[in-house]
Ligand binder design. Structure first.
Ligand code: SAM
Ligand code: MD0
Ligand code: SF4
Length: 381
């Protein structure tokens, strides 16, 4: 699986077409797949900077200079799947396994809420304990979501893998207003290579079902795993069809003990390029700058590519892991709001208020045709 983005001499692409394409996006015009692959072919740093400026212009147009902040709790690192890119794949002997107890998770969520995050992202592997046949596992997850929501008053995102359809409604009522389940690619052959033994259609369909149930959804891509610019453009078209509320891309990080450990990772320039093009294609949606790829050191460049949510904020001293970078910057306290707030002014940005985040969710849910009022009580309770 060779990366398509090879290091040929830094060609300038047609500046007139670049001007036209950026101007179209800034005026709210829709970009075609050809526009997207054209922009993804940018190599010249001056031209890439112009793309980043257009992305920041559109972020400002829709979100001003305010940034949302997500707390991340990786509650269980047990998983029944064997994704070839993931440190926590079932058959990785080097993986760090833990399953946090409810009181510990709730205490961590409260600590994150006190620190000022706008949402709690409750993530886990497809833990056999959760997915056991009796459904008792999901009863525990639903109780956990409800307890966290009551204790923090914050909206919750759940990312436990492919949720059984009959659990979506109960999770949503319990306070899980977001469902994150990344397809990684919308190129089936590549999906099957990355996520062997998993059902491409089921993974896509469960997001559609969650959306129909009024949950907000996040779709995500991996880059640096052999995808082409056409694959990325195709993914943005699928994200558009899903009407995804949050869209992301993460640069692949090789993991010890996994089949892709020797894959040469890309530098993060490609992730920034894709993220900036995502801002042009989804100007009014949420786009994360994750601390889970290059840590705090990679935050400024991601924000300068048009992202507007800082994710993977993990408190030290709780024995919690990240996903792609399972320990980077955590115990050093560099994945905290305090560290993030030191970076924001240099980008002319500042944290939004909790009310601002809730009003964005309200508007999106109303756009989804779901009256927020049917769910509001469970947020501000
Ligand atoms: N287990 C659930 C699932 O797979 O949907 C949720 C958690 S999963 C660990 C979250 C995401 O982290 C994956 O979908 C993938 O996009 C990203 N990720 C995992 N391993 C990674 C790696 N080595 N490099 C970059 N991103 C990675
Ligand atoms: C992040 N480490 O935001 C988290 C994780 C899963 N919903 C999120 C990948 O980067
Ligand atoms: Fe399990 Fe998720 Fe990792 Fe795949 S990406 S091995 S489903 S934790």
């Amino acid at each position: 699986m060779q990366n398509k983005m090879t290091s040929t001499p830094k060609m300038k692409i047609d500046p007139i077409r670049l001007n036209f394409t950026l101007a179209k996006a800034k005026e709210g015009g829709a970009l075609s797949k050809r526009d997207i692959t054209f922009l993804l072919d940018l190599e010249d740093s001056e031209q890439i900077d112009r793309l980043f400026q257009a992305a920041c212009h559109l972020r400002t147009k829709h979100f001003g200079n305010e940034i949302f902040l997500y707390g991340f709790i990786y509650a269980s690192t047990y998983c029944r799947n064997d994704c070839r890119f993931c440190f926590f794949r079932r058959s990785n002997p080097q993986s760090r396994r833990y399953r946090k107890a409810t009181p510990e998770i709730v205490a961590t969520a409260c600590r994150l809420a006190d620190a000022g995050v706008h949402l709690i992202d409750l993530t886990m592997g497809e833990d056999p304990d959760l997915f056991n046949n009796s459904g008792a596992g999901f009863d525990r997850l639903i109780d956990l979501v409800e307890t966290i929501r009551k204790a923090t008053g914050l909206p919750i995102m759940v990312s436990p893998g492919v949720i059984p359809a009959n659990m979506l409604g109960r999770l949503s009522e319990a306070g899980a207003f977001w469902y994150a389940c990344y397809q990684e690619t919308h190129q089936r052959r590549l999906f099957n290579q990355l996520r062997p033994g998993q059902d491409y259609d089921l993974r896509l369909e469960v997001k559609l079902r969650a959306h129909k149930r009024g949950m907000l959804i996040e779709e995500g891509l991996l880059c640096g795993v052999g995808e082409t610019a056409n694959d990325i453009a195709e993914s943005m078209a699928v994200m558009h069809d899903l009407d995804a509320d949050q869209v992301r891309v993460m640069n692949f990080v090789p993991q010890p003990g996994t089949p892709m450990v020797n894959r040469i990772p890309l530098d993060s320039k490609k992730e920034l390029l894709i993220s900036a093009v995502m801002r042009l294609v989804f100007p009014d949606r949420l786009i994360p700058a994750s601390l889970d790829v290059d840590g705090l050191a990679g935050l400024k460049q991601r924000l300068e590519a048009g992202a507007n949510v800082v994710t993977s904020i993990v408190p030290p001293g709780r024995g919690l892991a990240g996903v792609a970078r399972h320990s980077l910057d955590i115990e050093e306290g560099k994945r905290t709001i305090a560290s993030v707030e030191e970076i924001l002014p240099a980008c002319g940005l500042r944290p939004a208020s909790a009310e601002k985040y809730l009003s964005w969710i309200t508007r999106r849910m109303e756009a989804l045709g779901k009256s927020f009022n049917s769910i509001l009580p469970s947020i501000v309770a």
